[in-house]
Write a protein that binds this ligand. Sequence first.
Ligand code: MG
Ligand code: ZN
Length: 221
Amino acid sequence: MKIKVVANVLEANEARAVENRRLLDQNGVLCVNMMSAPGSGKTTLLQKTLAALDAGGTPSAVLVGDLQTSRDAERLADGKAQIVQINTGQGCHLTSSQVTHGLRELDLSGLAFLFIENVGNMVCPASFDLGEHAKVVLLSTAEGNDKIAKYPVLFQQADVILLTKVDLAGVLEYDKSRVYEDLKHINTRAPVIELSAKTGQGVNQWLTWLKERRQSLKDRS
Ligand code: MG
Ligand code: ZN
């Protein structure tokens, strides 16, 4: 019986996700779902990303998922981007219906990008389609180089993998080769961008990836 309940929850989530995606498609908004462990640098990267998009006159928005507090949303609120906080309470992942509620708070017309900062968690966010067009998975050097094999479902689904805090690689004696080796078995499709929000390394590559994805969305419609 339990298995059936889980299947129904995921089916209902999927149906809503399809509606979210349709609404985003209609408005030409590229939506990316950003997933990672807590502390891998999602909010910091978003701050840099929004600043760059602002500077280029590109309108963007963020739905920020957190169990408690609006700390991340406050960090993101100093630019032109629309920011909506979703507090999940006990929930350790965002669901598509929470995203639907968040979408109602946004003005989608003219918007280019919608970023969803998922709850910091490497397990269940991977099972919940939110209606995004792409899944972005961050892995910071500070977390170690063994996480890809430990959390394969998350990394399998990634459309791009951001290896963050690479400025710390020297201090941490970080062996990147393990990351690339594990990915050969788990995901050979997603590009890996080595990135540091602090030094700016990889940020342009990330912005280029975003713009190319948005262009291909527009080309399809
Ligand atoms: Mg955050
Ligand atoms: Zn969860």
